[in-house]
Design a protein around this ligand. Structure first.
Ligand code: CNA
Length: 437
């Protein structure tokens, strides 16, 4: 991974920042290899169908007051926002009364009609709070509200590469809590895997570093971990790779892993502010123009360049925001045509969405089978002195064995093998979804 803090005019470098430094522009047109006039005609047809279906912009759980030009959030008591304190502090989350559930239902209808075959999911820390991992910004429970113990000058310092260079301890203390191992994927992760299973997932772009997407069986080729992960580690200065498991053990035992080449501090390959995003992130230039549905889940859309990705789908493509409150361009009124949002607890919302799609029992079955597969793996792969499980050592010695993801989570091996099954069923699923529509 090529990382640098100096801006250079290359097309394949982009660094992470918490402000809106790096905005994406709207791609003009999808790059299809179809001759111009035919492409135009085909697009027009598709668009008009979508426009018909999405003629009603919808904000579920909210009421739009045109006279005030703002939306407000449902609450049991008029004049009082329900939900978290974060909701109360946001201008877009004021007072309101829940009415229609049109947003979710409209999008579910499109999916059932077979109009969404290239779904892009953009996700953040809110999809993992149900797994017990705090997000960043939720007041009270978010990591940023609980950073006093790290003794840092400002919350973002903990993920700032310059700060890390001078004092890695705050990040290492946090990393101990964040290291994959103690948490399980939840219903929301499995919903996304079900999108893949049905042959509808073009790609998932996640900002999360908890590895739960892989653990639930979303295959590597369908996943972009835009802010890196704990699965690999390297020197923060010269980028010499370092065994991730050794880095993990050092950090957990309170020592500082150092580079064998230049002696600088090693860190897991989580992308800090000021560091380059992984090359895989650039798949977005192909994916977003091709998407026919964008689902945005559990993110405050505060971190660039990731946040601006959501503005790079075609203007006719429906976008569904599932979050506790409005974020990004969804805070602006009027909403873009074809924008939908469903506000509230993500796990509840996703479950309702799955019920509308008649996927709920399949998801629950998938979760049951995945957990059953993972538990024996956890039991039968005790940690050796080197920190590797016996299963991981096996995987490492097998030709083509992928230890990168399974190194940290014994269950991940099972997840990987079940995702192979998924890939096999995908083609069948696509056909059956074609024929059923
Ligand atoms: P964030 O800024 O904390 O935003 C999370 C969003 O999710 C907020 O808008 C919340 O209101 C919303 N949310 C949280 N829980 C729920 C819920 N149960 N139902 C509905 N909405 C909910 O986090 P972002 O992901 O936007 O910021 C990106 C950062 C966070 C990335 O760089 C990550 O690396 C980082 N992060 C990741 C993890 C993780 O891997 N699980 C945890 C904490 C932080």
């Amino acid at each position: 991974m090529n990382r640098s803090r100096v801006s250079q005019p290359t097309v394949t470098r982009i660094t992470r920042s918490s402000s809106s430094q790096a905005k994406h522009t709207n791609p003009t047109e999808p790059q299809e290899s179809v001759p111009g006039p035919y492409r135009k005609q085909r697009r027009k047809q598709t668009d008009s169908v979508l426009v018909q279906d999405l003629s009603q912009m919808s904000v579920s759980g909210q009421v739009f007051s045109p006279s005030e030009g703002k939306i407000s959030r449902a609450g049991s008591n008029p004049g009082q926002a329900s939900g978290s304190t974060s909701d109360q502090s946001r201008p877009s989350s004021r007072v309101g009364k829940s009415s229609s559930r049109g947003g979710l239902a409209s999008v579910a209808r499109l999916v059932k009609l077979g109009r969404c075959k290239n779904v892009v999911v953009v996700a953040g820390a809110g999809i993992s709070t149900a797994s017990g991992i705090p997000d960043f910004r939720t007041p009270g429970t978010g990591l940023y509200a609980n950073l006093e113990k790290y003794n840092i000058p400002y919350p973002e310092a903990i993920f700032n590469i310059d700060y890390f260079s001078s004092d890695p301890q705050p990040f290492f203390s946090l990393a101990k809590a964040l290291y994959p191992g103690a948490h399980r994927p939840n219903y929301i992760h499995y919903f996304i895997r079900m999108l893949h299973h049905k042959g509808l997932l073009l790609r998932m772009y996640t900002q999360n570093i908890d590895g739960l997407e892989k653990l639930c069986g979303i295959p590597d080729e369908k996943l972009v971990e835009a802010h890196g992960s704990f699965a690999t580690a390297s020197c923060h200065l010269c980028y010499t790779p370092y065994p991730a498991e050794e880095a993990k053990l050092a950090i957990i035992h309170g020592s500082i892993p150092t580079c064998s080449f230049c002696s600088a501090t090693v860190k897991p390959d989580v992308v800090f502010f000021g560091e380059d995003l992984p090359q895989k992130y650039f798949l977005h230039t192909k994916d977003f123009p091709k998407a026919d549905l964008l689902i945005i889940m559990g993110t405050s859309l505060q971190i660039e360049p990731f946040a601006s990705l959501v503005n790079t789908v075609r203007s006719t493509v429906p976008r569904l925001l599932l979050n506790r409150h409005a974020v990004g361009s969804f805070e602006r009124i009027p909403l873009r045509r074809g924008d939908h949002m469903e506000l509230g607890d993500l796990a509840d919302t996703v479950k309702r969405f799955a019920e509308m799609l008649d996927w709920n029992s399949e998801i629950e079955e998938l979760m049951r089978s995945q957990e059953t597969l993972s538990i024996p793996a956890l039991v039968s792969c005790p940690l050796s002195k080197s920190g590797q499980t016996s299963c991981q050592s096996r995987a490492a010695s097998e030709p083509g064995g992928n230890v990168e993801t399974s190194r940290l989570r014994p269950g991940a091996q099972r997840a990987a093998s079940s995702s192979e099954t998924d890939s096999e069923t995908d083609s069948k699923s696509s056909v059956s979804s074609n024929t059923s529509n």
